[in-house]
Design a protein around this ligand. Sequence first.
Ligand code: VG1
Ligand code: CO
Length: 547
Amino acid sequence: MSRKRKKARIKPGTSGLRKKVRVFLKPNYTENFVQAIFDAMPAPGPKDSVVVVGGDGRYYVKEAVQIIIKIGFANGVKKFIVGQNGIFSTPAVSNVIRKSKADGGILLTASHNPGGIDNDFGIKYNISNGGPAPESVTNAIFAASKSLSQYKIDISKIGTVNFGDHSVEVIDSIEDYFTMTKEIFDMDLIKSFIKSHPEFTLLFDGLNGVTGPYGKRIFIDELGLPANSIDQCVPLEDFGGEHPDPNLTYAHKLVSNVHSKQIDFGAASDGDGDRNMIISKDWFVNPTDSVAVIADYAKLAIPYFKKSGIKGLARSMPTSAAIDRVAHQHGVSVYEVPTGWKFFGNLMDAGKLSICGEESFGTGSDHIREKDGIWAVVAWLNIIAYVNKDSPKLIGIKDIMNTFFEKYGRNYFSRYDYEEVDSDAANRMYSDLKALCYGGLVGQSFLGDKFVIASADDFEYTDPIDHSVSKNQGLRIVFDDGSRIVVRLSGTGSSGATIRIYYEMYENRPEHLMMDTQTALKPLIDIALQITKLEEYTGRKEPTVIT
Ligand code: VG1
Ligand code: CO
C-alpha cells in the first residue's frame, strides 16, 4: 500500500482535530492525520496493537472508519474494535478501551459542533488508559503530520471478520456501556423511586446525537419510564440541522418542552455523548454546581463511590469553586487543572481523583477517562431517588439546590461566549489584556471599593504526577472577595475565534442564595467589559451564547 506524504500542518486543539467536513474531504487530508496518529502512537507503536474506533454518527463517520482501518492495517494494527455502523459515544469508547485493554482509540466526532457535509467533523485519539492523549502525544501528532487501496469492511453487522493476521470486530457499543451503568448506580433504588413517585416526569433529549440509543436502553427499556420520556433519540448524520450542544441556547427544544410540560427532570447530552445538561421546570442546574452536588452525595447514594470512597475532587480552572467547598467539607484534596479533560486522566490513574467537572457541561469520574453525559444524568437520578427515599412528597431539583446552597453558600457562575469573532481582533484583545494583567491591573478598584483586583495572571499548570507544564491556559482576574473574571480563547472552534468570558461570585447571605444569576453577576460583567474593551476590539455588543 503506498502512502503519499504531504506537508500538512494539522494541529489538534483542546480536544482533537476539528474542521469543516469539506476540509477532511480534501485529497489525503484525513489520511495524513490518521497516519500521523499511528506515527505518534506511544511505544511500542501500532504494530500488533488493538484499537477501538467509533464516532457520534455524524456525516463522514462511516467513510472515516474505512480509511482508519485501511491505514491502520498498513501500520500493523492487529485488531480493530468498531461500533456497529460506526456508532460509539465518547465515554463508551473510553470504557471499551479500558475493559478490552486496547492500546488506544480513535473517535470520530466534533462533539457539540453541527454536523452534515457543510459543517464539522473531527478526529480525536485516546490512549490506553481510555483518556484523551496528553499534550506530549498531541504535539507528536502535530510534528508527524508536518512531515507527512483495499479493504472494505461491512460495519453494519456484529461479528469478527479476519484478514490474514488482522481482524475487525464489530460490536454493539450500547451493551457494554449499559452494563457499566448498572454496575455504578443503584438501579433498584431508582426503579423503586419511579414506582413510588408516579407523578415524577423525566425528559431526555438526545439532540439527534449519539446518546439516543443509550438513553433509550437505560431510561425506557431498563427503568421502564414511558416512551415519551425521550426525544430526538435517533442519531442523524446532520443532527437534524441543529447544534447538538446541551446548553440553554442550543437545546432550546428541550428547554421549551421542560417548561411547557412542567417536567421535573430534563436532561440532554451532546453529539458525542460526553456532555450533559440538567434542568427542571423551575431550575437550571449550572454545570459548576452539578458536579459539586454529585460529589456531595456520591458516597451516600451511589454504590460505586460507597465502595471506592472519594479519593479527591477536581475542576478545570474556569469552573467555579463550588466543588472546592465540598472537598473541604469532606476532607479531600481538590485540584485545579487547565481546560480539557486530558488533564484529569493522570490524577485518576494515580488514584488521586474520583469526581471532576468542567463548567462547559462536562461531568465525570474515574470509572472511565472521559467526561460522561449519560453518567451525569443517571447520577442525578440516583441522587433524586436517594433524597426521596422516605419522602412521599417529591423533593425536586430546585429543593436539592436550595439545600446545597444553604449548606455551602452559592458560587454564582456564568459564561459568555462570543463565537466566530474575527481571529485577529480576538488575538489582539487577548494579548493586550494579558499585558494589562502583568502591568497595572492589580490594585485597581471598581464601584467604589466593592471590587478591588487582588491578582491577575495567565494560568499555568504543573501536572502533579508527571510534572509537565502547560502554559497560557487562560487569563484570571481575581478580586479581593474571591470573585473572578476569566478570559480564554476557545481551542475547539472550526472557524474564526471564540472568546469565552467566565464570571464567578460567591454569596452566602441566606436571602441572596436563590437570585437570578445574571442579576447577581451584573456588576462583574460590566467591569469585565470595561477592562477587556471587548466591544471596541471585536464590535460585539452581545454574546452568542450565555450559560
Ligand atoms: C471546550 C470547553 C472545554 C471542553 C472542550 C471539549 O473547549 O470549554 O471545557 O473540554 O470544549 O469538549 P474550548 O477550548 O473550546 O473552550 V467536547 O464535548 O467538545 O469534547
Ligand atoms: Co462532546
